[in-house]
Design a protein around this ligand. Sequence first.
Ligand code: AMP
Length: 207
Amino acid sequence: MCCVAALARKRRFRHGRRWGAASPDSMARKSLMDLKSVIRTIPDYPKKGIMFRDITTLLTDARGFRRAVDELVQPLAGQKIDKVAGIEARGFILGGAIAHQLSVGFVPIRKKGKLPYKTIAESYELEYGVDEVEIHVDAVEKGDRILLVDDLIATGGTAGAAIKLLERAGGEVMLCSFVVDLPDLGGADKLRALGKKVTALVEYEGE
Ligand code: AMP
């Protein structure tokens, strides 16, 4: 028996239940858990007036990380997805875990100049100036049904550019998933106005 199968068998035995089936007790524990309690807020970072919502504390919390991944894929139940695309950098961590869970490939959406092969790019406006996101020219196949993932949506500039990029490459963004939404900044509504489905696990007022 291979190592993974042996480990799965051992775990099944230890928990005395079918692999993957949640016990009522674990479900009760889950529903008691508030994801906000494992997201850290750092005031005035990276500049005065910004409340930085730091999800690294969620990632180090095993139950929080698992719960976030489970909840981010939940709206896709019964739908076919071909690829997960994650936005640099925290979207890589969440998107990689989700792609593994869904058994599909992962597309990194990177800031300008980081990818080694031929790329296509899309620019978007920042408060001061412009920025660009890129993917490899062959990362998406025509007709790919894509789940877009990032840690947080604020103004929607980054995610909006990512959607344009993935769709220019021939894909179709089926759902945009974020751990955090800052609704006062209007990004999620902007994506909905483009006809996209958007899901976020928690919301915070303000910036
Ligand atoms: P936006 O393009 O305005 O929607 O900004 C989203 C991107 O900026 C995401 O990749 C976030 O990681 C990052 N970001 C913007 N505002 C915050 C914030 N208050 N806390 C943490 N990350 C943020």
